[in-house]
Design a protein around this ligand. Structure first.
Ligand code: ADP
Length: 484
């Protein structure tokens, strides 16, 4: 099969979150299954600053948005033996950030990604690659299935092309006032309830969900949860309408990238058979962060965006309790300014067993996964979650709220169905989190039981192999179910 991944961020070229990891590692797994997989993303300023040799091609496209004709240029590079295409337009993509500055989203995001979507479709006719399937991700690429269904499929070149649309986080929908329609070069025929209209606004994600041949999200549990008013972010009705075509496929992990046996950023590499190496990492982390170097004190870690989704309010509530326990707690996170201030205030009190670190630091993150005994993820909702998978692979036992992808990957001995690899709690309250932390600490004291738990987590297969097979089957289904 010929598959084109169309995404607004792809690791290692451009990344703000989990989407980039998926768009960078799933294609590699699909290629291993024998498919011709290629990737296209916008040519951001930051991509050009990387170490990738980007070839300047001569192919160009024109996209009319409202009054203005915008020109795009096709660039190309290679990653994991795969062609990676980049659509260049300096006006739209030569900026410091992907979607917005710290002050807020770029006001022309609708135009930037409308340009990208139409630009990609226009380019296809000029490239020597005619995909069978377009795999689109989140609202930034949602116009691809919409345009394909209502415009491009009338052209025999596109007639047999199918689309699969993946939701990575339903909370970000690409919502714009209706004046955005003309600015994106779309006429009023698109402003209907079965296309882009949503409570008198333009909702790009809704359009993608309605128009794609198949829709997926990144874990089976999240797939069910988003059908409820509670977690559907207003789109539960739209999703229910596509219920027969909606599937949850769990994200995998790039197991070459995340491997304690080869990770060069660690104080010492280790495997489940050489757990002594993990103690070296614990001591190294304690020393680096100015904590007591004490291998027997349980070390609880957290690496996260500081956003309310991640349960940071629950953490803030239990911090004083952690400060009074015989544990060490280490946080690395960046995000909402209010949380930065809250943690700076807490740090000013100088609790010797708590280390709160504000910032984004991929080396320190790896050292925390390796040095922690316990890893917290008390998320309010979690489409899939990568943190708990990395923690398991690095032998840090996860304590998570049972939601979305966390519920699909972390199992508590109490539910009986699966062998335990961590600790879970249900209610989104500080008390429920605290009770789960207590259970983890209790178990930590029984060394044999604990080691078994750690090893079981480390030895599970987190690779993309199985999920890539699931996507392969869904691609085939999409090809036979094209919406006309
Ligand atoms: P989300 O995509 O919602 O932020 P995930 O758990 O799916 O959450 O993925 C988060 C990824 O980003 C993980 O690889 C995690 O290690 C990394 N990460 C999050 N915050 C930081 C930080 N402050 N410094 C370094 N890495 C971080």
């Amino acid at each position: 099969m010929k598959i084109l991944f169309i995404a607004s961020e792809v690791a290692p070229f451009a990344k703000t979150g989990g989407l980039a990891d998926v768009a960078g590692s799933l294609p590699v797994a699909l290629k291993r299954l024998g498919h011709d997989v290629r990737i296209i993303l916008p040519m951001y300023k930051t991509v050009g600053e990387g170490t990738f040799p980007i070839h300047k091609g001569r192919k160009s496209v024109e996209v009319r948005l409202g009054e203005t004709l915008h020109k795009g240029f096709l660039r190309q590079t290679t990653y994991a033996d795969m062609p990676v295409y980049l659509l260049e337009n300096r006006h739209f993509f030569q900026r410091d950030h992907l979607y917005g500055s710290p002050e807020g989203d770029y006001p022309d995001n609708h135009q930037r990604f409308a340009f990208f979507c139409r630009g990609v479709l226009n380019l296809l006719k000029r490239m020597d690659f005619r995909p069978d399937l377009l795999h689109c991700h989140d609202w930034q690429t949602a116009l691809v299935p919409v345009l394909l269904r209502y415009e491009y499929r009338q052209d025999p070149f596109f007639m047999n092309m199918a689309t699969l649309f993946t939701i990575h986080n339903l909370a970000y929908q690409g919502l714009f006032p209706k004046t955005a329609l003309a600015e994106m070069g779309l006429d009023w025929s698109y402003f209907t309830i079965d296309r882009l209209e949503f409570y008198n606004q333009v909702n790009l994600m809704k359009g993608g969900i309605m128009a794609a041949d198949l829709v997926t999200t990144v874990s089976p549990s999240y797939c069910k949860e988003i059908l409820s008013a509670d977690q559907g972010c207003g789109l539960e009705g739209v999703l229910a309408e596509r219920g027969d075509d909606l599937f949850g496929v769990l994200n995998g992990l790039d197991t070459d990238e995340w491997d304690p046996a080869t990770d060069r950023q660690l104080f010492k590499t280790y495997t489940s058979a050489t757990l002594a190496g993990k103690v070296v990492n614990k001591k190294g982390l304690q020393k680096r962060l100015g904590l007591d170097v004490a291998p027997d004190i349980p070390l609880v870690g957290m690496v996260t965006r500081l956003a309310s989704q991640k349960g940071i309010d629950l953490l803030a509530e239990i911090l004083p309790r952690l400060a009074g326990e015989k544990v060490q707690f280490v946080l690395l996170g960046a995000g909402d300014e209010t949380y930065h201030r809250l943690f700076e205030d807490f740090t000013a009190h100088g609790f010797g067993n708590i280390s709160l670190n504000i910032g984004y630091d991929s080396v320190c993150a790896r050292q925390i996964y390796a040095g922690s005994d316990i890893f917290l993820m008390p998320s309010q909702y979690e489409p899939c979650g990568l943190g708990q998978l990395i923690a398991l692979r690095y032998g840090a036992v996860p304590v998570v709220r049972k939601t979305g992808g966390l519920a699909d990957t972390v199992f508590d001995g109490r539910d009986g169905a699966r062998e335990p690899n961590g600790f879970t709690f249900d209610d989104f309250t500080a008390d429920a989190l605290w009770e789960a932390v207590q259970r983890a600490l209790q178990s930590y004291r029984t060394r044999d039981v604990w080691k078994k738990l750690v090893r079981r987590g480390m030895n599970r297969d987190y690779s993309w192999q199985q999920s890539a097979g699931d996507y392969e089957r869904l691609y085939r289904a999409a090809l036979t179910r094209k919406r006309i």
